[in-house]
Design a protein around this ligand. Structure first.
Ligand code: CU1
Length: 235
């Protein structure tokens, strides 16, 4: 009988403990779910320490350290009407860009956002990092491999709209770059992006900027039969 009572007591106590423990866990799980579902409540990756005079939740210490070790950020504030050592608009833009880097599915969108954020962190103005071509890159393609094979190296590249490709004459020339008019995005003039003339000297270059997204195919006229073809994807 005593054992039975003790057993009930233990069951009763532990049930109560479980019940007490279960409540807050459920509440937390619920609110976490709500936050995940509500994109407006996403976590800010770059808290706005400099906006206004009040420091965000965590206090001013981090932001003080940042400005102390980065004189460029302090300098940037002296230019125009700013609320803090880093201009509020720049901070908002940087936070936006960092979120884009995390959430975007597009490689080029992420790359542009990353370049803007890096520019802002280095003290550039918003107008500078937003200028067209700020994040543009140039990719190089060798014409002829180092061992003299008649190929483009690499023969398949992916760039972002606004990027430039530079073909560099390497070995086995003369080479050129002629786009296939059947295999370029509609509306793009094949002659305006091709280089008919042939590069004979090692190190000679041909550069072209691509603004129209799509798939492009090209070849080297003298070595087309040997399979000197290339593909280019503009995102
Ligand atoms: Cu060639």
């Amino acid at each position: 009988m005593i054992y039975a009572k003790a057993l009930f007591l233990i069951i009763g106590l532990s049930a109560g403990r479980f019940a007490a423990a279960a409540d807050p866990v459920e509440v937390m799980a619920g609110s976490e779910l709500e936050q995940e579902n509500d994109t407006a409540q996403r976590r800010e990756l770059f808290p706005l320490y400099s906006v206004g005079t009040r420091c965000a939740r965590r206090g001013c210490s981090v932001y003080n350290q940042v400005t102390a070790v980065n004189p460029i950020m302090s300098l940037a504030s002296e230019n125009v009407n700013s609320k803090g050592p880093i201009k509020a608009l720049e901070m908002l833009a940087m936070n936006d860009d960092m979120n884009t880097v995390v959430y975007s599915d597009s490689m080029c969108t992420r790359r542009r956002a990353m370049a803007r954020a890096a520019g802002l962190a280095a003290g550039l103005a918003l107008s500078q990092v937003k200028a067209p071509g700020f994040a543009a890159e140039t990719k190089s393609v060798k014409m002829g491999s180092d061992s003299g094979q008649l190929v483009f190296v690499p023969d398949d590249i992916k760039i972002c709209k606004g990027d430039t490709v530079t073909w560099i004459n390497n070995k086995g020339g003369p080479h050129n770059v002629v786009f296939d008019e059947e295999a370029i995005p509609s509306g793009v003039n094949v002659d305006s992006i091709s280089m008919d003339s042939q590069l004979g000297e090692e190190g000679e270059k041909f550069s072209m900027k691509f603004d129209t997204p799509g798939d492009y195919a090209y070849f080297c006229e003298p070595h087309r039969g040997a399979g000197m073809n290339g593909n280019l994807k503009v995102e």
